[in-house]
Design a binder for this molecule. Structure first.
Ligand code: HEC
Length: 388
């Protein structure tokens, strides 16, 4: 058993402290192999001592030599490749890639607009939500419901409590039954949900030539492209290109899948009059109503981003702490230097082998030199002289 000195330091080099560690040679670890001597050793003192007691060999753990001759099996890579290719093929067969979709069938891809709430640290533009509600109320609410939004949801987001209450009271709601068992009408309260334009889907279809104006509460989340898509849809109405037949009651819009939508263009410059004096252009109204619909679909967005930032800050701190702590825990292992001093007999054996190798080299060198100079055979004489 030999002993070796290990230095470790953490963070500051001032803290360098030497520790003594035992280096234990495993009895099984000197393994003669064909043509060479391979020496392996286990290094963790307590670990090695325990292992030695159990009489187990840890050759694989610490040896630097590899087992020769054993070919790696090909079964696993072939199996893995087959499974990967198979699942890729199954996916393509199930979800398309081979289908004959064209851009017209999927609708034109909308541009990516710089929404004010897109960034990691950006929340909704609440004045825009307020204007957007006005556009929804004055334009879209004639056909589209907004089932998941109650009047109270607007409070503190786009309107004050008084404003929201006043707006709710403008609508009549059926309530009851009263003491006589009769239903009655009453003005809306903050807790009521936004009234629907049609009593049911059938009435909605009947009022729109068979097409159902979908509920807009979650529309931003329900469509590929989200806010960008709805903005593009509302502002994308144009004349159909040559050769495209648009049936009666349909409208050409390249952003709608199929290119033809039952909803006509609804936004025109100056359609609404904003309280805050913003010019009501088509694109301004589209932007505002989409911001409002985005809020309706993700009312938690502001809170979520705020909390996300807090989580990031806290986790970064904890991560840094854990890295710091890890350096303490691992320092003894990461900064140790292990020196191996073989036992006497092994050293002697090495020396002998070394000398024999050197002799062989010299002999070769000499005889080569002699042959080169035309003094063949003289090398051997010199060597026998040298070896004496
Ligand atoms: C005159 C009734 C009417 C008005 C007003 C109206 N829509 Fe529509 N809307 C429809 C109908 C009908 C459809 C169904 C279209 C279809 O399926 O072809 C529709 C569909 C939609 C869709 C779904 C498109 C899709 O990908 O399925 C969105 C989004 C939409 N409208 C937004 C709006 C917005 C925003 C407003 C207000 C600015 C509005 N609509 C005003 C009748 C209307």
């Amino acid at each position: 058993m030999s002993s070796t000195t290990i230095c470790y330091h953490i963070l500051s080099p001032k803290r360098i402290r030497p520790i003594n560690f035992d280096l234990v040679l495993h009895p099984d670890s000197i393994t003669p192999r064909k043509g060479r001597t391979s020496v392996s050793f286990t290094m963790f003192s307590r670990f090695a001592r325990q292992t030695a007691q159990k009489g187990q060999s840890f050759k694989r753990f610490a040896s630097s030599s590899t087992t020769a001759g054993a070919k790696p099996s090909l079964v696993t890579p072939i199996l893995a490749t087959t499974v990967a290719l198979g699942s890729a093929l199954a996916y393509t067969a199930t979800y398309g890639g081979l289908s004959a979709n064209s851009p017209a069938e999927n609708g034109l891809h909308p541009a990516a607009y710089p929404w004010s709430h897109n960034g990691m640290l950006q929340g909704f533009d609440h004045s825009s939500i307020r204007r957007g509600y006005q556009v929804y109320r004055e334009v879209c609410a004639a056909c589209h419901s907004l089932d998941r939004i109650a009047w109270r949801n607007l409070v503190g987001v786009s309107h004050t409590t008084t404003e929201a209450k006043a707006m709710a009271e403008e609508h009549e709601y059926t309530d009851g039954p009263d003491d006589n068992g009769d239903m009655f009408e009453r003005p809306g309260k903050l807790a009521d949900y936004m009234p629907r334009p049609y009593p049911n889907d059938e009435a909605a279809r009947a009022g729109n030539q068979g097409a159902l104006p979908p509920d807009l509460s979650l529309m931003v989340k329900a469509r590929h492209g989200g806010a960008d898509y709805i903005f593009a849809l509302l502002t994308g109405y144009c004349d159909p290109p040559a050769g495209v037949q648009v049936p009666e009651g349909m409208n050409y819009n390249p952003y709608f899948p199929g290119g033809q939508i039952a909803m006509a263009r609804v936004l025109y410059d100056g359609l609404v009059e904003y309280d805050d004096g913003t010019p009501a252009t088509t694109s301004q109204m589209a932007k505002d109503v989409v911001t409002f619909l985005n809020w309706a679909a993700e009312p938690e967005l502001d809170q979520r981003k705020k909390m996300g930032m807090q989580v990031l800050v806290i986790l970064t701190g904890l991560w840094a702490l854990s890295v710091w702590k890890k350096r303490f825990v691992w320092s003894t292992l990461k900064t140790r230097k292990i020196a191996y001093i073989p036992p006497k007999e092994v050293r002697a054996e090495f020396k002998e082998v070394d000398q024999r190798m050197k002799m062989k080299e010299r002999r070769l060198h000499l005889s080569e030199n002699c042959t080169k100079n035309g003094r063949e055979g003289e090398g051997e004489v010199m060597i026998s002289h040298l070896c004496k």
